[in-house]
Design a protein around this ligand. Structure first.
Ligand code: FAD
Length: 557
């Protein structure tokens, strides 16, 4: 099948032949939905396969109490359609999961995308055929599809991680992972509940359920620097302003390093006196979401002494909120700086520990020995529970891609290709895997995810349109281009002190995983700069080829 020849005509949305499409997208999260829309708009025949039973990706699976954005809702939602932006009124500055799931379903229906989506369709294998330049994609139910382009929008936080605690399966009560929370209501009222893990999900669920459960025991391995989310409803005036300022907001988001609206500060921590710094930190504490990172002192992530002043301020805040000094000390991180781990944003987290029914177990001091049929045993003894909640995070970055059974040219398994960690070009493709793209995957983003992931989807779409228009069949990066990009990612990650390698950004939460930086710290401007150069150079850093070349090469051997 030549692209654009046996698929539907450009611009038409005719249904593709069963089992054979131009563009096969895996994943119905914010990235895959946009990819499906862009590919169809560009006239490709399309199909999207999703392991889950519905639309939303992160916002389909993470329906635990308290799950909500840390990005401002209107900066997270799509910006490609002014009409879409105008008709959807986000209710809160940081929307909770139900609203985001509703929004993504609205987008799917508004752009009539559902007819090209198959749910409960987990991809188990994807094999590249060099002779035809196509991918054969196998689904768990035994069905297979063939596609010229395979786009894995499988997410970086989509494979839940469970720590290897002895006897984990012995527990006879109810257990849930926050990243696989059931759609049916979970009744926690009056129950003895354990929450294991105090990353971004754990610290959201604790205050959300503390008031209804009989007892809540929080198992903390690593204390995190939590700061207030400062969420509020969006007022009618704010709604009007958002609409009036749409173009300006889009411009700001599209030129900001991290895809947020927050203004960058123009001073270093020691440009201010102690009193001025304290007053500034109070304003930061009261500011919304990620602005504590993006609008803080310029040297916060580069100067250890500057970072120390902010951490000391936060430690005092924790001591001021948590009444039991011993608990407060346990909640103050001692092993990493602010920004080294993904900073969680909270609503009433520290306050929850003042409730008589909430207690903290710091597992570095009193390690978990094993799970039993009735509860969790630490070195201090057994506590019994009705419900255990695993807020233990994800196999970040590469987890979903490496479980998809991807095999490129000559049967090379992606899992082998990336045995020492991912190597990518632009966080979009890897050499030896023609026509395979993974927007929103490793090396994709470090900030407001949909903005980066959308840039990548736009790049993928423009690239395959270019391939089609120029009569090529396949596209893959030059190995040298990939090497240079990956080296740049690793170089940026080595900067201190913000990127100590103890966080899941380096895969360090998963035993045995190579410690490689999985984000893109270079920021969107670098991505834009490179994309502009690539387009201007007629896709020079890529190898474009025709399958007829492969055939004649094979014949001449
Ligand atoms: C609780 C939580 C809160 C978050 N909050 C924010 C936030 O405020 N701001 C922010 O920028 N980011 C946030 N994130 C990160 C979030 O993951 C991204 O913002 C975004 O949702 C990623 O979208 P995606 O489409 O790339 O991936 P996902 O939303 O993860 O979607 C990937 C989809 O691919 C499917 N899939 C994977 N493998 C297969 C397979 N083999 N076969 C079929 N389907 C498959 C999965 O089932 C999933 O539905 C949050 C993450 C979590 C977990």
């Amino acid at each position: 099948m030549r692209p654009g020849s046996s698929g539907p005509e450009a611009g038409s949305n005719a249904r593709p032949l069963a089992g054979e499409v131009d563009v096969l997208v895996v994943g119905a999260g914010v990235t895959g939905i946009y990819q499906l829309h862009r590919a169809r708009e560009a006239g490709f025949s399309t199909l999207l396969l999703e392991a889950g039973g519905g639309v939303g990706g992160t916002w389909f699976w993470n329906r635990y109490p308290g799950a909500r954005f840390d990005s401002e809702s209107y900066t997270y939602g799509y910006l490609f359609s002014r009409e879409l932006f105008d008709e959807w009124e986000w209710q809160e500055h940081f929307a909770a999961q139900p609203e985001t799931e509703r929004y993504l379903n609205h987008v799917v229906d508004r752009f009539d995308l559902r007819r090209d989506m198959r749910f409960d369709a987990a991809v188990t294998a994807a094999d590249y055929d060099d002779a035809t330049g196509t991918w054969t994609v196998s689904v768990a139910d035994g069905s297979t599809y063939r596609a010229r382009y395979l786009v894995a929008a499988t997410g970086v936080l989509s494979v839940p991680f469970f720590p290897d605690i002895p006897g984990r399966d012995d527990f006879r009560g109810a257990s849930f992972h926050t990243g696989r929370w059931p759609a049916a209501p979970v009744d926690l009222a009056g129950k003895r509940v354990a929450v294991i893990g105090t990353g971004s999900s754990g610290v959201q669920i604790v205050p959300a359920i503390a008031g209804e459960v009989a007892s809540l025991t929080v198992y903390q391995r690593t204390a995190n620097w939590c700061t207030p989310l400062n969420n509020t409803p969006i007022t009618t005036d704010e709604q009007a302003r958002l609409r009036a300022d749409f173009e300006a907001m889009r411009e700001t988001l599209n030129t900001s390093a991290h895809g947020f609206l927050h203004d960058a500060h123009d001073r270093g921590a020691f440009d201010d006196s102690d009193d001025e710094r304290r007053a500034f930190y109070e304003r930061m504490w009261a500011s919304p979401g990620f602005s504590k990172l993006t609008s803080n002192y310029l040297d916060l992530l580069f100067d250890e002494a500057a970072n120390d002043t902010w951490c000391a301020f936060l430690a005092d805040k924790i001591r001021g909120i948590v009444r039991d000094p011993d608990v407060a000390e346990k909640l103050i991180p001692k092993d990493h700086r602010f920004g080294e781990h993904r900073p969680p944003f909270v609503t009433g987290y520290y306050e929850a520990f003042n409730n008589a029914n909430v207690s903290l177990v710091a597992t570095k001091q009193t390690p978990i020995v094993r799970m039993t049929e009735t509860g969790i045993e630490t070195t201090e003894g057994l506590r019994e529970f009705d419900v255990v909640i695993w807020a233990t995070g994800f196999d970040f970055g590469t987890g979903a891609l490496l479980r998809m059974g991807v095999r490129g040219r000559d049967g090379l398994a992606l899992a082998d290709h990336w045995a020492d960690g991912p190597s990518t070009y632009l966080g979009i493709q890897t050499a030896g895997f023609p026509n395979f793209f993974f927007p929103g995957g490793p090396h994709a983003a470090a900030g407001n995810n949909p903005r980066y992931n959308g840039d990548q989807v736009d790049f993928v779409t423009d690239a395959i349109v270019y391939v089609r228009e120029h009569g090529f069949d396949t596209i893959e990066p030059e190995p040298a281009a990939e090497e240079a990009w990956t080296a740049m990612i690793d170089r940026n990650a080595a900067r201190k002190p913000s990127f100590g390698s103890s966080s899941y950004y380096f895969g360090s939460n998963v035993p045995g995983k190579p410690r490689k930086y999985l984000l893109n710290a270079a920021g969107r401007p670098k991505l834009f700069e490179m994309i502009a150069e690539i387009v201007a150079s007629d896709y020079q850093p890529f190898i474009l080829s025709r399958t007829s070349d492969v055939e004649s090469e094979a014949a001449s051997r």
